[in-house]
Ligand binder design. Structure first.
Ligand code: SME
Length: 157
């Protein structure tokens, strides 16, 4: 059984430093991917209270909605489309301080204002993306990129 997540206050750096070993512990004994994706998004949502946190997994040439926390969302995204599809195509993390300034941004919710998308890369191919949305502008920076990239590295796809 999972123990309750220890939620901490402090700088963003401190919050991630406290969260990282807990996420590692949560997923280390479980081999089921959906279970682990579910717990990773739940842990991130609990700690940071972001508007939307979730995975899209590459299936049959599209990104398909996978475990998430937040309002209902678009279920399928094609390569090169939106922030998620662009992150997939470019194989890199994208930080979007104002979603209205990102050409082709897919608005699953009008309340989403800024976003970070982190690709999960295995054998040089993107197998999924982690998408985090905030209802405030300018919420994501290199600290989020650094730690979210570390967190997705922990997942066994
Ligand atoms: N905004 C994303 C779509 C996914 S939702 O935000 C959950 C995009 O432009 O790819």
């Amino acid at each position: 059984m999972a123990e309750d997540l220890q939620i901490i206050s402090g700088t963003k750096n401190e919050q991630y430093e406290a969260l990282l070993p807990q996420i590692e512990a949560l997923i280390s004994y479980e081999t089921d991917l959906v279970a682990n994706l579910g717990n990773v998004v739940a842990a991130l949502k609990e700690q940071f209270q972001w508007f939307w946190v979730g995975f899209y997994v590459v299936k049959e040439g599209e990104l398909v909605l996978a475990p998430f926390q937040g309002p209902v969302a678009c279920t399928r995204i094609r390569k090169g489309k939106g922030v998620c599809g662009t992150s997939w195509e470019q194989k890199q993390t994208l930080i979007v301080p104002d979603v209205d300034q990102f050409p082709g941004h897919i608005a699953c919710s009008s309340l989403s204002k800024s976003e970070i998308v982190v690709p999960v890369i295995r054998n040089e191919e993107v197998v999924a993306v982690l998408d985090v949305d905030s209802d405030a502008y300018n919420q994501f920076d290199e600290t989020d990129q650094y730690y979210l990239e570390k967190i997705v590295e922990l997942l066994r796809f």
